[in-house]
Design a protein around this ligand. Structure first.
Ligand code: BGC
Length: 429
C-alpha cells in the first residue's frame, strides 16, 4: 500500500443518495418547467447501499472515499437538527474505517436546504452564520470521526457561471455551459426561474441557489462562510484538517494568449487565494484544459477527442494544474475530483493511468500531493444533465439498483499497490 498517498473515489450526497426531499435541488427538479433533464428521485440509493459501495471500493484496493453530508438532511428546517441523520453519517464514517478507508467529508456539495434559499441563499450575508451553525453541529456530533473536511465544493463555481453568462450576453447567444453538468439555456432558465420564484417565495431574479451566477463581491459570502465553518470545526475538533475545493481548468496560452490565460487563472484561482492561504489543504478539481489565445478560450480542435460532457478528453491537465497551484498555495493538495464521462471503460482505464502518471510526476517534482480521488465511484445524477453521463467506476441498473463494478475500479485500486507489487495483474487490466 502507498501509505502517504490516499487513493480512492468521490461522490456527492445529492447525486447518489436518493430522496433528498428537503433540498433546493429537489424543489427545482420537480417543477413543471424544470430545466433538469430528469429528477434525481431515488438516485442510486447510496443512502441505503453505502456499505456495499464502500466495500467494493475497499476490495478493489483503494484507501480513501470522499462523500458529502447533506445539510438539508441534518437541518431540514432552520434550527431543527435531525439527530437520526447524524447517526446515519456516523455509520457511513465507521463503515469507511472498518474497511480501511480514510473518509474525506464535504459539508456542502452544491445542494442546500430549501429554507436557506427562501432566505436568499448564497447571496445573503446571513448564510455565513447559518453555514457556521450547521458546521458546528456536525463538528460537535461527529468531530471525533472526522479527519479531512472540505467545507464547500467548488467554491468558485458562482463566478465561473457569471463569466459564462457575461460571454453569452456579449455574443448574443442563448446557450452556454461550465465544466460541471450545468447548461445555461436562457429560454428554459426563464420559465423555470419564474416557477422557482413562486416555490422559494422570492424574486425570481434573485434566487440564491449555489449553482447560480455570482459577482466577485457576492463570492465573498461563500469565502466568509468557508472561513466561519473552518473556525468552528477547528475549535470543536482541532485534529480535523480543513480546506475547500476549487474547479480549475488547465489554461494553455498560444499565439499571444499569455495575458488572457493569466487573467482567467486569476479569476478561477487567484481571487480566492487570500481566503484560503492558511487552510490545511486545498481540494483541486480538474477535468480538462482550455487553449487560450489573445481573444480568449478556443473551442477544442475539430479532431480533439471529446468526453460525453463535450470538453476535451485530456488527462494530462491534472498534473499541470497541480504544479500551477503549488506555486501559490502553501499547504497540501488533494485531488478531490478528476475523471472522465464515457461509456468506454477501456478509455476510462487509460485516462486514470495517464492522469495518475501526471500526478505522480508532480509529486516527484516536489508538489505536496496527498491524495487522488477519481470522480466518481458510481454512475450518478449529473445535475441538470441527469443520469445519462457516466463518470462511474461502478455502473448501476437503476431499476433494481444492482451494482456492476467496471474494470476501471480495479485499475484505480491497483495504483495503491507498491511499485512492483501486483504489477503483472495491473498490466493485464
Ligand atoms: C462536481 C460534481 C460533478 C462533476 C462532473 C464537478 O464539478 O463537483 O458534482 O458531477 O464535476 O461534472
Amino acid at each position: 500500500m502507498n501509505k502517504d498517498l490516499l487513493i480512492g473515489a468521490a461522490t456527492a450526497a445529492h447525486q447518489v443518495e436518493g430522496n433528498n426531499i428537503h433540498s433546493d435541488f429537489w424543489v427545482m427538479e420537480n417543477l413543471k418547467h424544470s430545466d433538469f433533464a430528469e429528477p434525481s428521485g431515488l438516485a442510486v440509493d447510496h443512502y441505503n447501499r453505502y456499505e456495499e459501495d464502500i466495500k467494493l471500493l475497499a476490495d478493489a484496493g483503494c484507501s480513501a472515499y470522499r462523500f458529502s453530508i447533506e445539510w438539508a438532511r441534518i437541518e431540514p428546517e432552520e434550527g431543527r437538527y435531525d439527530y437520526r441523520e447524524i447517526e446515519h453519517y456516523r455509520k457511513v464514517l465507521r463503515c469507511c474505517r472498518e474497511n480501511g478507508i480514510t473518509p474525506i467529508v464535504t459539508l456542502h456539495h452544491f445542494s442546500s436546504p430549501a429554507w436557506l434559499i427562501r432566505k436568499g441563499g448564497w447571496t445573503n450575508e446571513c448564510t455565513v452564520d447559518s453555514f457556521a451553525k450547521y458546521a458546528r453541529y456536525v463538528a460537535m456530533q461527529l468531530g471525533d470521526e472526522l479527519e479531512y473536511v472540505c467545507t464547500i465544493n467548488e467554491a468558485n463555481m458562482g463566478f465561473q457561471l457569471q463569466k459564462v453568462m457575461d460571454d453569452m450576453k456579449k455574443a448574443s447567444q442563448r446557450e452556454g455551459s461550465v465544466q460541471v453538468g450545468v447548461q445555461l439555456d436562457m429560454k428554459k432558465i426563464l420559465l423555470s426561474m419564474l416557477e422557482q420564484g413562486v416555490a422559494f417565495r422570492c424574486n425570481p431574479l434573485k434566487i440564491g441557489a449555489f449553482l447560480r451566477p455570482r459577482s466577485s463581491e457576492q463570492e465573498k459570502i461563500v469565502m466568509r462562510s468557508h472561513q466561519a465553518a473552518k473556525q468552528v470545526l477547528k475549535s470543536a475538533a482541532p485534529q480535523v484538517k480543513v480546506g475547500l475545493t476549487l474547479s480549475l481548468f488547465d489554461y494553455q496560452p498560444v499565439d499571444g494568449g499569455e495575458a488572457v490565460a493569466a487573467q482567467l487563472w486569476q479569476e478561477d484561482f487567484g481571487q480566492y487565494l487570500p481566503y484560503i492561504q492558511d487552510d490545511d489543504f486545498l481540494g483541486v478539481q480538474n477535468y480538462s484544459r482550455k487553449i487560450v489565445d489573445a481573444k480568449g478560450a478556443r473551442e477544442p480542435a475539430k479532431d480533439a477527442p471529446l468526453t460525453q460532457m463535450g470538453y476535451e478528453d485530456y488527462p494530462q491537465s491534472i498534473g499541470h494544474v497541480l504544479r500551477k497551484v503549488a506555486k501559490e498555495f502553501p499547504g497540501e493538495l488533494i485531488v478531490t475530483e478528476n475523471g472522465i464521462a464515457t461509456d468506454n471503460d477501456a478509455r476510462r482505464c487509460d485516462f486514470i493511468r495517464e492522469a495518475f502518471a501526471g500526478v505522480m510526476a508532480a509529486r516527484e517534482a516536489g508538489v505536496p500531493v496527498k491524495g487522488y480521488l477519481y470522480w466518481s465511484l458510481l454512475d450518478n445524477f449529473e445535475w441538470q444533465a441527469g443520469f445519462g453521463k457516466t463518470f462511474g467506476l461502478i455502473a448501476v441498473d437503476r431499476t433494481t439498483q444492482t451494482r456492476y463494478p467496471k474494470v476501471s475500479l480495479k485499475v484505480l485500486g491497483s495504483l495503491n499497490a507498491k511499485e512492483g507489487e501486483n504489477k503483472d495483474e495491473y498490466n493485464q487490466l
